[in-house]
Ligand binder design. Sequence first.
Ligand SMILES: NC(=O)c1ccc[n+]([C@@H]2O[C@H](COP(=O)([O-])OP(=O)(O)OC[C@H]3O[C@@H](n4cnc5c(N)ncnc54)[C@H](O)[C@@H]3O)[C@@H](O)[C@H]2O)c1
Length: 356
Amino acid sequence: MSTAKKRVAVVGYGGMGGWHTRYILESDVTELAGIWDIKAERRDLARERNIFVYDSFDALLADESVDIVTVATPNDVHMPLVIAALEAGKNVISEKPVAMSSDELEQMIAASKRTGKLFTTHQNRRWDKDFLLMKQVYASGELGEVFSIESRVQGSRGIPGDWRKLKAHGGGMILDWGVHLIDQMLQLVNDKKIEKLYCKCDYITNDEVDDGFKLDLYFEGGLTARIEVGTSHFISLPRYYMAGTKGAALVEGWKSNCKVIYCFDENEKDVAPVVTAAGLTKTMAPRDGKTIAEYEIPQPESDVHDFYRNVCAAIDGKAEQIVTHAQLLRVMRVMEAAFRSDSLGAPVEIIGDEIC
Ligand SMILES: NC(=O)c1ccc[n+]([C@@H]2O[C@H](COP(=O)([O-])OP(=O)(O)OC[C@H]3O[C@@H](n4cnc5c(N)ncnc54)[C@H](O)[C@@H]3O)[C@@H](O)[C@H]2O)c1
C-alpha cells in the first residue's frame, strides 16, 4: 500500500476548482498534478499562478501519474466527466450536487463498480462546526425526545449571477445549498426513515429556478425537520434550532457556540404570567432559573482536510469511504421528491424503499 502523496488533477478551474487546488497543495496527503478548464482565461490564470495546465481533458486523463480527478464544473457536466475519468482508471471526486438526478447518479455508481475505482462527492459541509455541534447535542440525548429540528441559511443577494440561475446547468438553491443541508440533516438523525415531505420553493428574484425553499421532512416516530434556504432575507434567523421534551439547543450563526437550555422541573406550579397590551398569559410565559439551566458548548475542532485524507486512505484500503454511494442516492431522492412536492403543491408520501 502506497504512503506517497496522491496526485490530484482538477477539472474546472472556477471558484471551487480554485479552492480545491489550494486545499490540495496545503494537504499532507495530496499534491496537485494540474488543471483543465474549457475557458482559456481560466487556464491563463492557472498558469499565472504556476499551476500546470493540461492541453485537454483527454491529456489530463492520459497522465498516468494522476491518482484522483476532482470535477469542479457546473452541475450538468459532472456525470460525463466523472464517468470518463472512472473509465480512464482514475479515482474520482465530484463536486456537489453529485448529479442532476438519481438516474444520472446510478450511472456514475455503475461506472465506479465496473471500473473498481473510488467515486465520491465533496460533501465538505459535514465538517461545519454548527452542524457538528447539533450532531453532538442530538446524540447526547440531553434534550429528551427531539421532536423538531430547524436548519436554515439565509442571504440577501439572490442567486449569484452565473449558471446557478439556469435550469439547464442544474441551477437553483435546492441543488446548490439544499444538497448540503439535507445531507447534514440525514447524518444528524442517523438516516431515520422519512415518511412524508413537503416543499415550497421561492421564485422571488427569478422564474427559472428556485432561489430558496422551505422543505419539511416528517420522520418515522414523529420528528419533523425544517430545512430552509433563502436568498432575499435581510435579517437571518438562527442557523440551527433543536427542540426536545426536556430542553432546546440553538446555534445562532456559522461561528457561534451552541446554547443549550434544559429543564429540571417540568411540573412548575407557580408561573408568573406575562402581561401584554391585550391581556396576560401563563402558557407562553418564559421560564426562569427556578426550573431551567443553561450552558454553552464551544465549537469543536474540525479539519476539512480530513475529506481528502479519507479519500486517500479509502483508495489504499485503510479506511471506509465517508461519503458513500447510498448516502448520495438518498439525498438525491429527497431532492427529487422535494421538486415533485413543489410542482404538485402538496406533500409527498414516501412509499416503502423509495428513499432508502
Ligand atoms: N462544496 C462546496 O462548498 C461548493 C462551493 C461552491 C461550488 N461548489 C460546486 O462546485 C462546482 C463548480 O462551481 P463553481 O462555483 O466553481 O462554478 P464556476 O462557474 O466558478 O466554475 C466552473 C468552471 O468550470 C469550467 N467548466 C465548465 N464546463 C467544463 C468542462 N466541460 N470541462 C472543464 N471545465 C469546465 C468553467 O469554465 C468554469 O471555470 C459546482 O458543482 C458547484 O455546485 C461546491
